[in-house]
Write a protein that binds this ligand. Structure first.
Ligand code: FAD
Length: 368
């Protein structure tokens, strides 16, 4: 067996998750709300918070999150996104919330009694997030937020939104707030339908009440600190999708016969399978390396996570494309697992920083 970054407890978690996630295999239409409840019932939310707040481990273990996201994405991309965004939205509370905010929200996250979203992107501020224009104004009783957010995963099913809004000028004039879904002046203005399965939508804030997280002006630091953890887990999700595609292609190539023999006996098909296996193994190593570097105490892993996300999401697209090719016409029939994976994997090269932005981050690190 190959050497691995995974400890016996990670391997145990992987085996448990692999068995638990089988029922997530897509079978017909399931609403976002049904999926939200199903993911909560699986009971893996405690991995998103430390044991002090109902979690399993003393601190959030990024490698465990990578193990979980690989297994979730292997089965169901929408379930993977739902789970990951609960972490993305609630992590700023862990980083900067008051004792009361942490106690209240994080225990509920662990029990799956609430669902968080992470609301940073706006119609005019995507890759250039520091240019966001949603503003927060101090009132006698707290803060009121006004603006629009776009591409917000978990919109419509979340109970709480971590919203980034302007309290001053420039990147240091951005602060983070918790906005409850039922807050007056808050609404999900549109549920978006994407190429792949993904609960997502747009938000309108019209004087919506928000609770400040941490200090004024800390918003960008909190957003970047959170993305630093979750970016390697996006890579893990792409590994899960690619592994599923390879499993599908292995099985199909052994059963489909052409020219009197299974496709798997054709050297051209074997080369497609071999190239896919090599890229899959390399992706997982990079993802686990970035996660472990964080877990071993390195404060920021911006470079390692960018390398892992860039390589693994781009490789997953190539792997899934090859595996679909092995299926011939059957690969593009709606409902085939590879057809679904082909659609689901595409967004991973865009969200949490497009590949081109990851290249910039990597180059900046190299050039100093
Ligand atoms: C499925 C999905 C889920 C998402 N979930 C969330 C969420 O939960 N919360 C949230 O806040 N946001 C979310 N987003 C938004 C996501 O983070 C943005 O889409 C992403 O940052 C890119 O922004 P944009 O779409 O506005 O593209 P733009 O910023 O307009 O960029 C378009 C393209 O231009 C190129 N480009 C841009 N900037 C540069 C640069 N500096 N150098 C080189 N090339 C560049 C890239 O090719 C990029 O893909 C999600 C997006 C998707 C697709």
């Amino acid at each position: 067996m190959s050497a691995s970054f995974l400890s016996p407890s990670h391997l145990e978690l992987r085996a448990r998750a692999r068995a638990a996630f089988v029922p997530l295999e897509p079978q017909g239409h399931v609403s976002d709300a049904q999926l939200r409840d199903e993911v909560a019932r699986l009971g893996f939310y405690p991995y998103l918070v430390p044991s002090q707040f109902g979690g399993v481990l003393p601190k959030v273990d990024v490698l465990s999150l990578c193990v979980l996201r690989e297994e979730l994405a292997y089965r169901n991309a929408a379930a993977d996104s739902l789970y990951a965004v609960q972490g993305l939205g609630s992590h700023p509370v862990l980083l900067a919330g008051s004792d009361d905010q942490k106690k209240l929200h994080l225990n509920r996250v662990a029990r799956g009694e609430c669902l968080f979203a992470f609301a940073l992107t706006e119609p005019e501020a995507g890759s250039d997030v520091a240019n966001l224009s949603t503003r927060a104004e101090k009132t006698s009783g707290g803060w009121k937020l006004t603006g629009q957010k776009k591409f917000i995963s978990n919109a419509g099913v979340a109970s709480h939104y971590t919203v980034f809004a302007r309290t001053g000028a420039g990147p240091k004039g951005i602060s983070a707030f918790i906005v409850a879904a039922e807050a007056k002046g808050f609404r999900v203005s549109r549920q978006m339908e994407l190429l792949g399965e993904h609960p997502i939508g747009e938000l309108v804030l019209d004087g919506a009440e928000g609770e400040l997280l941490g200090e004024e002006g800390q918003g960008m630091k909190l957003a970047l600190g959170t993305l630093d953890i979750f970016r390697s887990t996006v890579g893990a999700a792409s590994v899960g999708m690619a592994r599923r595609a390879l499993d599908e292609a292995l099985s199909y190539s052994k059963s489909r016969k052409q020219f009197g023999a299974p496709l798997s006996e054709l050297s051209a098909v074997q080369a497609l399978l071999a190239d896919s296996a090599v890229e899959l193994e390399a992706s997982r190593l990079l993802v686990h390396q970035a996660a472990l570097t964080k877990d071993q105490g390195q404060a920021r892993v911006t470079y390692e996570a960018a390398v892992a996300k860039l390589f693994s999401t781009e490789a997953a697209q190539r792997i899934i494309d090859r595996c679909l090719q092995i299926h011939g016409g059957n690969g593009v029939v709606k409902g085939a697992a590879v057809e679904r994976l082909y659609r689901d994997v595409r967004a991973l090269r865009i969200y949490e920083g497009a590949s081109e932005v990851q290249r910039l981050v990597i180059a900046r690190h190299l050039l100093g």
